[in-house]
Design a binder for this molecule. Structure first.
Ligand code: NAD
Length: 346
C-alpha cells in the first residue's frame, strides 16, 4: 500500500496527522510506553484484538446505542481503576461510534488527555475520524453532547475494510462519493474509472481514493473548524438522508445517498444543476449499490423534516450542487423543501 500522510494544522498551533495506507499494527510506535487505554467495540476486538498493543482494553457494545453519557461514565470509572492519569493516552480502535466515544472521553477525562485513532470502517476513514468532532447522543438527539478536539494521529489501514459487512462498506462508499461531489470532480472521475477495484475492495485503490477524500475534508475543516461556512457543504444529502434514516432505519450512508439524489433533483428543479449530470451520478450510485433497497415515502420524510426543524425556524441551510465538484449552501424555507419532496415522490 502506498502510504500518504495528511497533516491538519490546528488553530492552537498544533497539528494532527492522518495516515492512509498504513499497517495499523505499527500503531504501537505512536504510543507512550505506559498510561495507554484502548477503547474498541466487541466486533472489532473479536477480529483484531489478538494484535492490539499490550494495554488494558475497554470494549463497548457495537452500534449507535453505545454513544451515550452512560457509556462515557462507565469508561471513566474503568480508566480510573486502570490508573490512567493526566499524562494518559486514549487509543480508539474502531469505526465512527468508537472514535466518537474515545475522542469525547479523552477530551473530558481529567479535563483532557491525549488521544489517537485506528479507524476501521470506510465511513470513519473517509469522514468520521477527520475534523475533530467528537460527540455522543442524548435520548432524542444525535451528537448533541460533544466537543471539537483533534486526535494526535489517525491510522487508516484499508486492509481492515475487507472484514466489513457489505452494508457497512457501501454505506461508507456513499460518503466517499459525497466528498467528490461537493469539492473534487477529479475524484469523481477516479471513482467512476475504478468502480471494479472499489467493489472488490482493492486496498491500493482505496488507500489512494481515501487519502484524496481526507485531504479535501482536512482542507475544509482547517478553514472552518466550527462549521460557520464551508464545512456546511459536508452536510450535502444529510438533511433529507437523516430524516429517511430515522424513519426507515436505513444504514446512514445509504440514506445519505438517497438524500444526495433528492438534493440533486432539487438542484435541477431550481435550474442550478444539469439533468445529464444527475443521470451520471445516479448511474454511479447504481453501480456501487449505495442506494437503500427500501422504497422511501417522500410524504413521510417531508413530515419528519418539518417536525424536526420546527424548533430551529422556518428556514434551513440546504446544500445544492452546481456541477459535480461544486456545491453551495442556500437558505430554503421548510415549505419549499417539503413541497419539492411531495412533488418529486409522485
Ligand atoms: N465525528 C464525526 O465527525 C462523524 C462524522 C460522520 C459520522 N460520525 C458518526 O459515526 C458513526 C457511524 O460510524 P460507522 O459507520 O463507522 O459505524 P460503527 O462504528 O457503528 O461501525 C459499523 C459496524 O462495523 C463494525 N466494524 C467496525 N470496523 C470493522 C471492521 N474493520 N471489520 C468488521 N466490522 C467492523 C462495528 O462493530 C459496527 O458493528 C455514527 O455514530 C455517526 O454519528 C461521526
Amino acid at each position: 500500500m502506498g502510504l500518504e500522510t495528511i497533516l491538519i494544522k490546528l488553530q492552537d498551533g498544533g497539528d494532527s496527522s492522518i495516515f492512509s495506507g498504513m499497517d495499523w499494527r505499527s500503531v504501537a510506535g505512536f504510543l507512550p510506553q505506559s498510561g495507554v487505554i484502548i477503547i474498541t467495540d466487541h466486533n472489532v476486538r473479536d477480529i483484531y484484538g489478538g494484535d492490539f498493543p499490550p494495554f488494558p482494553v475497554i470494549s463497548v457494545l457495537p452500534g449507535e446505542k453505545s454513544k451515550s453519557l452512560e457509556t462515557i461514565a462507565g469508561i471513566v470509572e474503568e480508566m480510573l481503576k486502570a490508573g490512567i492519569g493526566r499524562d494518559g493516552f486514549v487509543l480508539g480502535i474502531g469505526g465512527g461510534v468508537v472514535c466518537d466515544i474515545a475522542g469525547f472521553v479523552a477530551s473530558v477525562y481529567m479535563r483532557g488527555v491525549r488521544f489517537g485513532f485506528v479507524s476501521t470502517t470506510l465511513l470513519s476513514q473517509v469522514d468520521a475520524s477527520t475534523g475533530g468532532k467528537n460527540g455522543v447522543n442524548s435520548k432524542d438527539a444525535k451528537n448533541i453532547i460533544g466537543v471539537f478536539n483533534n486526535p494526535g494521529f489517525v491510522i487508516c489501514d484499508q486492509a481492515m475494510l475487507k472484514t466489513l459487512s457489505d452494508d457497512e462498506y457501501r454505506s461508507g462508499l456513499s460518503e466517499l462519493v459525497k466528498t467528490a461531489l461537493i469539492k473534487d470532480s477529479g475524484l469523481l472521475s477516479l471513482i467512476e474509472e475504478h468502480t471494479e477495484e472499489i467493489i472488490n475492495r482493492d486496498t491500493q485503490t482505496l488507500a489512494t481514493l481515501i487519502a484524496r477524500a481526507i485531504s479535501i475534508k482536512a482542507g475544509i475543516v482547517e478553514s472552518d473548524m466550527r462549521e460557520k461556512g464551508e464545512r456546511r457543504l459536508l452536510n450535502f444529502g444529510h438533511t433529507l438522508g437523516h430524516a429517511a434514516e430515522l424513519e426507515y432505519s436505513v444504514p446512514h450512508g445509504k440514506a445519505v445517498a438517497w438524500g444526495m439524489l433528492q438534493a440533486m433533483l432539487f438542484s435541477v428543479e431550481k435550474g442550478f444543476f444539469k439533468m445529464e449530470e444527475l443521470e451520471r451520478v445516479s448511474a454511479l450510485f447504481r453501480r456501487l449499490q449505495v442506494l437503500p433497497v427500501q422504497s422511501i415515502d417522500h410524504e413521510i420524510v417531508a413530515g419528519r423534516i418539518i417536525y424536526d426543524k420546527k424548533r430551529t425556524g422556518k428556514e434551513i441551510n440546504f446544500i445544492f450542487l452546481e456541477n459535480p465538484g461544486n456545491a453551495f449552501s442556500a437558505r430554503v424555507s421548510l415549505e419549499e423543501l417539503a413541497g419539492f419532496l411531495m412533488k418529486s415522490g409522485t
